[in-house]
Write a protein that binds this ligand. Structure first.
Ligand SMILES: [Zn+2]
Ligand SMILES: [Zn+2]
Length: 384
């Protein structure tokens, strides 16, 4: 049956690679991926999937699914299709979505025999607002037994981790007064921000090594001779794990409360952007994924450090996750460049699409047919 999967990938490779090309020629920024989502949804329908557009209330998000009607695991793939300003598909998302599409089509070919479901989540705006965060917040991925994604890169690499990033904005409210004539009447909101910064800096040496704080004063008053009645600061707390970042953030919020007490101001804190959780690669899933990737002739490097933040991280707290890196076999290639975008539509890009789709479809097959594997994936997921 694995041969049927590989054969199906070959059969539809050219047809689906055409979509990669079309997206390369029509790059759309995050949230504006109208042509991309339409083209992908059209292809899913043509291949017998049912498609839900405007998924989770996000205009360019979608969910495509095929249910064998028989019991079995739900195998999900994530599709990204947003491009970047200037460099178009310089992150290769035109291959991410097509590899998800081709994987789903290939797995569907055997699904009536093996049971289970296959789903593809169309997740817009990875480079900006990260729609996966909003989708995860609505519990979109909780029904999936596993979630897989393939990302193009210079040289193939095992799915690793990413940093958890928590954003927080602090607003302090005081009382304005003439800074020289009647300073005793004023309550200085800028002083509160300064105390917050000092407290945060003192905390730096008493947190685990991987915790980072960075930020700005986004409002520090309007005139030197007016006691600022309002001041605002924005911070990011990052750490390798969500729990560590949350603990550091709780301490930062306490420092802000202390700063308000010290200065007599009132304080409010609010999440000014979406939080990105760390990517928890499910090792049991990842091992099988890499076996299939290597069986497709790929040479896969060990996982990297992963200092960035990904919206797939939020998904990985809802379902066992893997993000395989599929290389163009050129170590000099730089992501987010025009050269990277051009590479997606070459023969090497076509081969990458084939390897990524086959790997994900074959891994989906393993998840559905190997009960022991699914049990181990589940057990590991429950301990994150
Ligand atoms: Zn990118
Ligand atoms: Zn990317």
């Amino acid at each position: 049956m694995k041969e049927t999967i590989r054969q199906t990938v070959q059969n539809y490779l050219d047809e689906i690679f055409e979509i990669t090309r079309f997206l390369y020629q029509n790059p759309e920024l995050g949230g504006e991926e109208v042509k991309a989502s339409e083209t992908l949804c059209q292809s899913f329908r043509k291949h017998g999937f049912s498609v839900e557009t405007n998924f989770c209330g996000i205009p360019t998000a979608f969910k495509a699914s095929y249910d064998s009607g028989r019991p079995g695991a739900t195998v999900a793939y994530c599709a990204e299709y947003d491009a970047l300003p200037e460099v178009g598909h310089g992150c290769g998302h035109n291959l991410i979505c097509t590899s998800a599409l081709l994987a789903a089509v290939a797995l569907k070919e055997v699904l009536d025999d093996i049971g289970g479901k296959v789903e593809v989540y169309g997740t817009p705006a990875e480079e900006t607002d990260g729609a996966k965060v909003a989708m995860a917040k609505q519990g979109a991925f909780t029904g999936a037994s596993v979630v897989m994604m393939a990302h193009p890169c210079a040289v193939s690499e095992v799915s690793g981790t990413s940093m958890c990033l928590l954003p927080m904005m602090f607003r302090f409210y005081g009382k304005a007064a003439h800074a020289s004539a009647c300073p005793e009447e004023g309550i200085n909101a800028l002083d509160a921000v300064i105390q917050l910064l000092n407290g945060m800096n003192a905390m730096r040496q008493h947190v685990p090594d991987d915790v980072q704080f960075h930020g700005i004063i986004s409002n520090g008053g309007v005139a030197a001779n007016v006691v600022p009645d309002f001041a605002e600061a924005q911070f990011y707390v990052r750490a390798r794990k969500k729990a560590t970042a949350e603990e550091a953030m709780a301490r930062l919020v306490n420092i802000a409360k202390g700063a308000a007490l010290m200065t007599g101001t009132t304080m409010e804190s609010l999440e000014f952007e979406a939080p990105y959780y760390d990517l928890c690669t499910n090792q049991a899933l990842c091992n099988v994924f890499v076996e299939n990737q290597e069986a497709m002739g790929d040479v896969v490097k060990p996982a990297g450090i992963g200092n960035g933040s990904l919206d797939l991280g939020n998904v990985s707290y809802q379902a066992p996750c893997v993000q395989g890196w599929f290389g163009f076999n050129d170590p000099s290639l730089v992501m987010h460049s025009r050269e990277f975008a051009e590479r997606t539509v070459t023969e090497e890009g076509r081969r990458l699409l084939m390897r990524a789709a086959a790997t994900m479809a074959l891994t989906g097959y393993d998840v559905i047919t190997d009960c022991e594997l699914l049990k181990n994936i589940r057990l590991e997921f429950e301990t994150i």
